[in-house]
Design a protein around this ligand. Structure first.
Ligand SMILES: Nc1ncnc2c1ncn2[C@@H]1O[C@H](COP(=O)(O)OP(=O)(O)OP(=O)(O)O)[C@@H](O)[C@H]1O
Length: 617
């Protein structure tokens, strides 16, 4: 994502590849390339009618001065006015519609790219900045399209036609005016670069501010609990002020550009009037010719203003487009997949044990390896994966889900290398409960059915019963319809965790992956959930990442990871006897529900902490 240092670079890039970016803009709206020529013609027509006006006025004045009937000239003027008004209304509406198509095209492209991108890519992005790009940068594109692509494309023709018509009246006056225009355009080019930088920096600061605000809103309780309201408010307001400063800088550059355009026309008006008056007094020009000429100068105001605005709109739009394109062009997951392992999948009759196998797996984030040649067999049944914090337990789940790619080695699911499976096929066979157990959906029914849309209410209730939430849901006045709030604030952490597990169970997947899924449960609820997992594990592979002894005690297999990889594999009771570290970790806890083992102890960084105070539900 764009950093302050990257901003200038990006601005340079946008000005260098302006045309290709404009072409990218044209690809954004649905049917834009087809609609654009029609709009150009409409805009050209509306200008053309305006160009007829000075000639009609001259005709009228000449008719008056020669005593002829001026009604036809007046009627022509009325017709021209009616035509131009209608054309302005129609083209303005069409332009607005087309602009909105660009916004829609950009937004859908970005939303699609974000959702198809790799997990590791998207999780690194500051959320507020992404929202700012989707919400506000896209609206700047609309202006670029109408100001630059349509009006800006038509304006040079109008300018040329006006100048030709003026030249037919008086060539010397036109040449003087053109010299004024050349100076003005030169000044404008100088300030456009400043506008571009200020605009892009301003949009980036808005992104920072939204990211800062989002961070505070997500951790709102923590902010309050630490009495950090003022500090956080100052920080976010500071970011808002930084955005304001950049916006003011941009407004300054824009004012210079607007002023140059406006001043240019004023100078042209005064120069024409002065030269015209001199020519009339010397008899070189008639009054009606000067009036027509002055009307053309007035007409020139519009294309000159359009070109001035177009220049700043293109600059602003390209800065926004660069930020939009950064998101729209994020590679999709399937574009960056590792080629399938050249080694053939294990033949079906060799699949002595179904489940997950890590074969000499190397994996990590960036250049930092986390798993270094780990080999591990996770057969059908309940396996608890444990070990110190930050050792790579979640990384194993990330690899199974292919949120992260295996760098070396192989990961097999039921004997087949997972890279040989399509991602949707692979994920269709997995059910996953991530560490924070986020819920999606407005009410309980929507949230639990998220991964199994065809499940009926009876199946839903059965899944809720199996995680110990059935009675609670039945006791609610609105039952499954009960709203849980956008961030599931209306329920406890433990309820949220169990709803997430129920959602995973409903998928009836081959493999259940659970990351600390019991961390917020009290002893009774944890036992209910563990019984369900044991039950589930008879027909599938259940891999539970957990620091809890109570979970390990129920597992068919416990895998202990340490900094060297897999430290020990076995049943809980055997590991207690055979592995000194495991024994130490397990026996420093409180009394155990299982004979000879402690209960509800959490292992964190090699230490055991009593978790009976964890939030129950
Ligand atoms: N997206 C990421 N980008 C960079 N590094 C990461 C990323 N996710 C995890 N890591 C690093 O990889 C290592 C392993 O992390 P992982 O989440 O797998 O640990 P864990 O054993 O599940 O820890 P915990 O028990 O605290 O959840 C850690 O050092 C962590 O900082």
């Amino acid at each position: 994502m764009t950093t302050p240092t990257a901003t200038a670079t990006s601005a340079d890039r946008s000005s260098r590849s302006g045309w290709s970016q404009l072409a990218a803009l044209l690809r954004l709206g649905p049917g834009l390339r087809l609609a654009l020529p029609g709009l150009l013609v409409l805009d050209l027509l509306s200008y053309t009618t305006v160009l007829v006006q000075p000639q009609a006025v001259k005709w009228l004045l000449d008719s008056v001065s020669t005593g002829a009937d001026f009604t036809p000239a007046l009627l022509l003027l009325a017709a021209v006015s009616a035509c131009s008004t209608t054309l302005v209304v129609v083209s303005s509406h069409q332009m607005g519609k087309l602009g909105q198509r660009v916004v829609l095209g950009a937004r859908s492209g970005m939303i699609g790219a974000l959702l198809r991108a790799r997990v590791t890519t998207v999780l690194r992005m500051p959320v507020g900045d992404v929202l700012s790009r989707v919400g506000s940068d896209t609206t700047l594109l609309q202006q670029t399209l109408s100001e630059a692509l349509v009006r800006g494309a038509v304006a040079p023709f109008v300018l040329l036609a006006t100048v030709v018509l003026m030249a037919l009246t008086d060539l010397t006056m036109v040449l003087v005016l053109l010299a004024v225009v050349v100076v003005g355009v030169g000044v404008e080019r100088l300030v456009l670069r400043g506008l571009s930088r200020a605009t892009e920096a301003g949009q980036a600061r808005v992104g920072d501010m939204l990211s800062g605000l989002q961070r505070v809103l997500v951790a709102f309780r923590t902010v309050k609990a630490f009495g950090a309201e003022e500090r956080e408010a100052d920080r976010v307001v500071g970011q808002a002020e930084a955005a304001y400063r950049q916006a003011v800088r941009a407004a300054g550059w824009k004012a210079v550009i607007d002023g140059t355009g406006w001043g240019l026309v004023e100078i042209m008006f005064l120069a024409s009037l002065g030269m015209g008056a001199a020519k009339i007094s010397s008899g070189e020009m008639s009054v009606s010719d000067l009036v027509a000429f002055m009307l053309y100068v007035t007409t020139l105001r519009t294309p000159v203003a359009v070109l001035t605005n177009a220049a700043s709109a293109v600059t602003t739009g390209l800065a926004a487009l660069a930020r939009v394109e950064e998101i729209r062009t994020i590679p999709a997951e399937q574009d960056d997949h590792h080629p399938a392992d050249p080694r053939p999948p294990v033949p079906a009759d060799d699949r002595t044990s179904l489940g997950i196998v890590l074969d000499q797996v190397w994996a990590g984030y960036g250049d930092q390896p986390v798993l270094k040649g780990v080999s591990l067999s996770l057969p059908r049944g309940l396996t608890v994966l444990t070990g110190p914090s930050g050792i790579g337990k979640t990384t194993v789940l990330n690899l199974v889900e292919r949120f992260l790619e295996v760098q070396r080695g192989r990961l097999l699911l039921d004997g087949v290398d997972i890279t040989a499976l399509r991602r949707d096929e692979l994920r269709g066979r997995l059910a996953y409960v991530e560490q924070d157990a986020p819920l999606l959906g407005a009410n309980i029914r929507e949230s639990v059915r998220y991964g199994a849309h065809r499940a009926d209410d009876a199946e839903l209730i059965a899944a809720l019963d199996s995680v110990g939430l059935g009675d609670w849901v039945r006791s609610l006045p609105d039952g499954l319809e009960t709203a849980i709030g956008e961030r599931a604030v209306a329920i406890s952490g433990g309820q949220r965790q169990r709803l997430a597990v129920a959602r995973a169970l409903l998928r009836r997947a081959d493999v259940l992956l659970l990351d600390e899924a019991t961390s917020q449960l009290d002893a009774d609820n944890e036992q209910t959930l563990l019984r369900t997992l044991v039950d589930q594990s008879r027909a599938r592979t259940v891999l539970l990442v957990s620091h809890r002894v109570s979970a390990a005690a129920q597992a068919d297999l416990v895998v202990l990871l340490d900094e060297n990889g897999v430290r020990a594999v076995g049943r809980h009771a055997d590991l207690l006897r055979s592995d000194a570290l495991y024994h130490r970790l397990a026996t420093t806890g409180a009394a155990s529900p299982v004979e000879g083992t402690p209960a509800h102890g959490d292992w964190h960084d090699g230490e055991h902490t009593d978790s009976r105070s964890s939030h129950g539900s």
